[in-house]
Design a protein around this ligand. Structure first.
Ligand code: DHB
Ligand code: FE
Length: 296
Protein backbone atom coordinates (compact mmCIF):
# COMPACT_ATOMS: atom_id res chain seq x y z
CA UNK A 1 0.00 0.00 0.00
CA UNK A 2 1.38 3.43 -0.87
CA UNK A 3 1.20 6.31 1.60
CA UNK A 4 -1.24 7.94 -0.84
CA UNK A 5 -3.94 5.76 0.65
CA UNK A 6 -4.23 8.38 3.42
CA UNK A 7 -5.22 10.93 0.79
CA UNK A 8 -8.07 8.97 -0.73
CA UNK A 9 -11.47 10.68 -0.48
CA UNK A 10 -12.83 8.02 1.86
CA UNK A 11 -10.04 8.50 4.40
CA UNK A 12 -10.07 12.30 4.16
CA UNK A 13 -13.82 12.39 4.64
CA UNK A 14 -13.50 10.07 7.64
CA UNK A 15 -10.90 12.41 9.17
CA UNK A 16 -13.11 15.47 8.63
CA UNK A 17 -16.03 13.79 10.35
CA UNK A 18 -14.01 12.14 13.14
CA UNK A 19 -12.32 15.40 14.14
CA UNK A 20 -15.52 17.41 13.78
CA UNK A 21 -13.80 19.49 11.10
CA UNK A 22 -16.89 19.44 8.90
CA UNK A 23 -19.19 20.84 11.59
CA UNK A 24 -19.79 23.79 13.86
CA UNK A 25 -19.16 23.78 17.59
CA UNK A 26 -16.43 22.32 19.71
CA UNK A 27 -12.96 23.71 20.26
CA UNK A 28 -11.42 24.89 16.95
CA UNK A 29 -7.82 24.36 18.07
CA UNK A 30 -8.57 20.90 19.41
CA UNK A 31 -10.33 19.98 16.17
CA UNK A 32 -7.27 20.94 14.11
CA UNK A 33 -4.90 19.08 16.40
CA UNK A 34 -7.16 16.03 16.55
CA UNK A 35 -7.41 15.84 12.78
CA UNK A 36 -3.62 15.99 12.41
CA UNK A 37 -3.12 13.48 15.20
CA UNK A 38 -5.51 10.98 13.65
CA UNK A 39 -4.00 11.48 10.22
CA UNK A 40 -0.50 10.92 11.63
CA UNK A 41 -1.66 7.70 13.33
CA UNK A 42 -3.29 6.47 10.15
CA UNK A 43 -0.16 7.30 8.16
CA UNK A 44 1.86 5.30 10.69
CA UNK A 45 -0.45 2.31 10.32
CA UNK A 46 0.01 2.41 6.55
CA UNK A 47 3.77 3.09 6.62
CA UNK A 48 4.49 0.12 8.91
CA UNK A 49 1.55 -1.97 7.73
CA UNK A 50 0.40 -2.31 11.34
CA UNK A 51 -2.16 -5.11 11.62
CA UNK A 52 -5.52 -5.00 13.37
CA UNK A 53 -4.13 -7.29 16.09
CA UNK A 54 -1.15 -5.00 16.65
CA UNK A 55 -3.40 -1.94 16.96
CA UNK A 56 -5.50 -3.62 19.63
CA UNK A 57 -2.40 -4.85 21.46
CA UNK A 58 -1.21 -1.25 21.55
CA UNK A 59 -4.59 -0.09 22.88
CA UNK A 60 -4.40 -2.74 25.60
CA UNK A 61 -0.87 -1.63 26.53
CA UNK A 62 -2.05 1.96 26.87
CA UNK A 63 -5.11 0.94 28.90
CA UNK A 64 -3.13 -1.21 31.33
CA UNK A 65 -0.28 1.29 31.49
CA UNK A 66 -2.41 4.39 32.01
CA UNK A 67 -1.19 4.74 35.61
CA UNK A 68 2.39 5.00 34.34
CA UNK A 69 1.93 7.59 31.60
CA UNK A 70 3.79 10.09 33.79
CA UNK A 71 6.79 7.71 33.81
CA UNK A 72 6.54 6.77 30.15
CA UNK A 73 6.66 10.43 29.02
CA UNK A 74 10.22 10.98 30.24
CA UNK A 75 11.21 7.42 29.27
CA UNK A 76 10.31 7.96 25.62
CA UNK A 77 12.03 11.34 25.61
CA UNK A 78 8.91 13.45 25.20
CA UNK A 79 9.39 15.33 28.46
CA UNK A 80 12.97 16.20 27.44
CA UNK A 81 11.71 17.14 23.98
CA UNK A 82 9.45 19.72 25.64
CA UNK A 83 12.56 21.18 27.32
CA UNK A 84 14.38 21.31 23.98
CA UNK A 85 11.36 22.97 22.39
CA UNK A 86 10.98 25.56 25.17
CA UNK A 87 14.74 26.24 24.99
CA UNK A 88 14.51 26.78 21.24
CA UNK A 89 11.55 29.14 21.59
CA UNK A 90 13.39 31.02 24.35
CA UNK A 91 16.46 31.35 22.12
CA UNK A 92 14.30 32.66 19.28
CA UNK A 93 12.83 35.24 21.66
CA UNK A 94 16.30 36.22 22.92
CA UNK A 95 15.66 34.74 26.34
CA UNK A 96 18.79 32.89 27.24
CA UNK A 97 21.09 32.49 30.20
CA UNK A 98 20.53 31.05 33.61
CA UNK A 99 20.58 27.53 34.93
CA UNK A 100 19.29 25.06 32.33
CA UNK A 101 15.81 23.72 32.82
CA UNK A 102 15.28 20.00 32.89
CA UNK A 103 12.36 17.63 33.33
CA UNK A 104 10.15 17.75 36.42
CA UNK A 105 9.44 14.02 36.26
CA UNK A 106 6.29 12.44 37.67
CA UNK A 107 7.17 12.31 41.36
CA UNK A 108 6.64 15.80 42.82
CA UNK A 109 4.15 16.15 45.68
CA UNK A 110 2.53 19.51 46.41
CA UNK A 111 2.58 21.31 49.75
CA UNK A 112 5.70 19.81 51.25
CA UNK A 113 6.54 21.41 54.62
CA UNK A 114 7.72 25.01 54.31
CA UNK A 115 10.90 25.20 56.39
CA UNK A 116 13.72 27.61 57.18
CA UNK A 117 16.95 27.61 55.25
CA UNK A 118 19.45 25.05 56.54
CA UNK A 119 16.75 22.51 57.40
CA UNK A 120 16.92 18.77 57.03
CA UNK A 121 14.71 17.27 54.31
CA UNK A 122 14.64 13.80 55.79
CA UNK A 123 12.07 12.68 58.35
CA UNK A 124 12.59 8.93 58.26
CA UNK A 125 15.46 6.67 59.30
CA UNK A 126 17.65 5.60 56.38
CA UNK A 127 20.82 3.59 56.76
CA UNK A 128 23.11 5.74 54.64
CA UNK A 129 25.27 8.86 54.76
CA UNK A 130 24.29 12.52 54.56
CA UNK A 131 23.99 14.84 51.59
CA UNK A 132 24.90 18.47 52.28
CA UNK A 133 23.96 20.89 49.54
CA UNK A 134 24.44 24.64 49.43
CA UNK A 135 24.88 27.59 47.12
CA UNK A 136 23.33 30.79 45.87
CA UNK A 137 20.32 31.87 43.85
CA UNK A 138 21.05 34.90 41.73
CA UNK A 139 19.55 36.81 38.86
CA UNK A 140 20.84 37.70 35.38
CA UNK A 141 23.06 40.53 36.65
CA UNK A 142 24.49 38.45 39.47
CA UNK A 143 22.15 40.05 42.00
CA UNK A 144 21.05 37.86 44.92
CA UNK A 145 17.42 36.80 44.48
CA UNK A 146 15.50 37.66 47.65
CA UNK A 147 12.56 35.72 49.12
CA UNK A 148 12.92 32.63 46.95
CA UNK A 149 11.21 29.35 47.75
CA UNK A 150 13.33 26.34 46.85
CA UNK A 151 11.27 23.18 46.40
CA UNK A 152 13.47 20.10 46.81
CA UNK A 153 12.59 16.43 46.39
CA UNK A 154 14.61 13.26 45.94
CA UNK A 155 14.59 9.51 46.43
CA UNK A 156 15.82 7.64 49.51
CA UNK A 157 18.79 5.27 49.61
CA UNK A 158 16.69 2.57 47.92
CA UNK A 159 15.82 4.86 45.02
CA UNK A 160 12.19 5.21 46.22
CA UNK A 161 10.29 8.49 46.55
CA UNK A 162 7.96 9.10 49.48
CA UNK A 163 4.28 9.00 48.46
CA UNK A 164 5.22 6.65 45.59
CA UNK A 165 7.16 4.08 47.62
CA UNK A 166 5.97 0.50 46.85
CA UNK A 167 7.23 -0.67 50.27
CA UNK A 168 4.98 1.86 52.02
CA UNK A 169 7.83 2.55 54.42
CA UNK A 170 8.19 6.34 54.08
CA UNK A 171 6.18 9.08 55.75
CA UNK A 172 4.40 11.37 53.24
CA UNK A 173 6.97 14.17 52.86
CA UNK A 174 10.19 12.32 53.55
CA UNK A 175 12.96 13.93 51.46
CA UNK A 176 10.57 16.70 50.36
CA UNK A 177 10.66 20.25 51.62
CA UNK A 178 10.13 23.83 50.51
CA UNK A 179 12.95 26.03 51.80
CA UNK A 180 11.94 29.60 52.56
CA UNK A 181 14.98 31.70 51.70
CA UNK A 182 16.01 35.17 52.80
CA UNK A 183 17.29 38.39 51.29
CA UNK A 184 20.78 37.07 50.47
CA UNK A 185 19.62 34.33 48.07
CA UNK A 186 21.72 31.70 49.85
CA UNK A 187 20.43 28.19 50.46
CA UNK A 188 21.62 25.10 52.25
CA UNK A 189 20.02 21.87 53.36
CA UNK A 190 20.96 18.46 54.58
CA UNK A 191 19.37 15.20 53.73
CA UNK A 192 19.95 11.46 53.58
CA UNK A 193 21.90 10.42 50.46
CA UNK A 194 19.62 9.48 47.55
CA UNK A 195 20.36 6.56 45.30
CA UNK A 196 19.63 6.04 41.63
CA UNK A 197 16.04 5.38 40.61
CA UNK A 198 14.63 2.49 38.57
CA UNK A 199 11.16 2.18 37.05
CA UNK A 200 8.80 -0.27 38.80
CA UNK A 201 9.79 -3.80 37.72
CA UNK A 202 7.22 -5.40 35.42
CA UNK A 203 5.25 -2.18 34.97
CA UNK A 204 4.30 -0.61 31.67
CA UNK A 205 7.42 1.57 31.49
CA UNK A 206 9.68 -1.38 32.25
CA UNK A 207 7.91 -3.52 29.62
CA UNK A 208 8.29 -0.79 27.03
CA UNK A 209 11.96 -0.20 27.85
CA UNK A 210 12.70 -3.93 27.58
CA UNK A 211 10.86 -4.18 24.28
CA UNK A 212 13.05 -1.32 23.02
CA UNK A 213 16.23 -2.96 24.30
CA UNK A 214 16.65 -0.15 26.83
CA UNK A 215 16.81 0.09 30.62
CA UNK A 216 14.77 2.13 33.11
CA UNK A 217 17.47 3.56 35.37
CA UNK A 218 18.31 7.10 36.39
CA UNK A 219 21.45 8.32 38.17
CA UNK A 220 21.07 9.61 41.75
CA UNK A 221 19.56 13.08 41.47
CA UNK A 222 17.83 15.91 43.33
CA UNK A 223 14.87 17.84 41.91
CA UNK A 224 14.18 21.55 42.28
CA UNK A 225 11.63 24.19 41.56
CA UNK A 226 13.08 27.64 42.20
CA UNK A 227 10.35 30.18 42.71
CA UNK A 228 10.87 33.88 43.53
CA UNK A 229 8.85 37.10 43.06
CA UNK A 230 9.82 38.82 39.82
CA UNK A 231 11.69 35.79 38.45
CA UNK A 232 10.77 32.99 36.12
CA UNK A 233 10.11 29.73 37.96
CA UNK A 234 12.88 27.26 37.16
CA UNK A 235 12.26 23.51 36.97
CA UNK A 236 15.53 21.63 37.18
CA UNK A 237 17.56 18.88 38.84
CA UNK A 238 21.13 18.04 39.61
CA UNK A 239 22.29 14.54 38.70
CA UNK A 240 25.37 13.12 40.41
CA UNK A 241 28.17 13.44 37.87
CA UNK A 242 30.00 10.34 39.14
CA UNK A 243 26.98 8.00 39.01
CA UNK A 244 27.31 5.15 36.47
CA UNK A 245 24.02 6.28 34.87
CA UNK A 246 25.04 9.95 34.62
CA UNK A 247 25.80 9.41 30.95
CA UNK A 248 22.93 6.99 30.34
CA UNK A 249 19.80 8.35 32.01
CA UNK A 250 16.68 6.58 30.70
CA UNK A 251 14.61 9.73 31.37
CA UNK A 252 16.95 12.18 29.55
CA UNK A 253 17.00 14.47 32.59
CA UNK A 254 20.79 14.87 32.71
CA UNK A 255 22.06 18.01 31.03
CA UNK A 256 25.34 19.81 30.73
CA UNK A 257 25.66 22.21 33.64
CA UNK A 258 23.51 19.98 35.87
CA UNK A 259 26.00 17.20 36.62
CA UNK A 260 28.00 18.29 39.66
CA UNK A 261 30.41 15.68 41.03
CA UNK A 262 29.72 15.26 44.75
CA UNK A 263 32.62 15.74 47.10
CA UNK A 264 32.36 12.34 48.81
CA UNK A 265 33.49 11.76 52.37
CA UNK A 266 32.79 8.11 53.16
CA UNK A 267 29.03 7.54 52.87
CA UNK A 268 28.31 11.27 52.87
CA UNK A 269 28.75 13.92 50.21
CA UNK A 270 28.85 17.68 49.72
CA UNK A 271 27.55 19.41 46.64
CA UNK A 272 27.96 23.12 45.95
CA UNK A 273 25.58 24.34 43.27
CA UNK A 274 24.50 27.85 42.30
CA UNK A 275 21.21 28.63 40.56
CA UNK A 276 20.82 31.52 38.15
CA UNK A 277 17.26 32.63 37.35
CA UNK A 278 15.83 34.61 34.46
CA UNK A 279 13.60 37.59 35.18
CA UNK A 280 9.88 37.05 34.75
CA UNK A 281 8.35 38.79 31.73
CA UNK A 282 4.76 37.98 32.67
CA UNK A 283 2.80 36.80 35.67
CA UNK A 284 2.63 33.28 34.24
CA UNK A 285 6.46 33.11 34.23
CA UNK A 286 6.31 33.25 38.03
CA UNK A 287 3.93 30.31 38.21
CA UNK A 288 4.05 26.61 37.43
CA UNK A 289 3.01 24.65 34.36
CA UNK A 290 -0.57 23.40 34.45
CA UNK A 291 0.46 19.78 34.88
CA UNK A 292 -1.54 17.66 37.35
CA UNK A 293 0.57 16.99 40.45
CA UNK A 294 0.20 14.63 43.38
CA UNK A 295 -0.93 16.03 46.72
CA UNK A 296 -0.57 14.38 50.11
C1 DHB B 1 11.00 9.16 36.26
C2 DHB B 1 11.42 9.10 37.58
C3 DHB B 1 12.12 10.14 38.13
O1 DHB B 1 12.57 10.14 39.41
C4 DHB B 1 12.42 11.23 37.39
O2 DHB B 1 13.10 12.20 37.99
C5 DHB B 1 12.02 11.31 36.08
C6 DHB B 1 11.31 10.26 35.52
C7 DHB B 1 10.21 8.07 35.64
O3 DHB B 1 9.89 7.10 36.34
O4 DHB B 1 9.89 8.15 34.46
FE1 FE C 1 13.38 11.90 40.06
Amino acid sequence: MTPDFIHTPAVQKLLDRAAGSDGEGGDARLKHIMRDLLEALMALIVKHDISESEVWQAVSFLQKGAGEFGLIMPGIGLEHFLDLYMDAKDAEAGRDGGTPRTIEGPLYVENAPLVENGASLTSDPDDTGMLYMSGSISGPDGEPVPNAVLHVWHANSKGFYSHFDPTGEQTPFNNRRRLKLGADGRYSFQSKMPNGYSVPPGGATDQLMQALGRHGNRPAHVHFFVEAPGYRTLTTQINFGDDPFAADDFAFGTREGLLPVPNRQGDSAYIAFDFVLQRAQSASDEGFSARARAAA
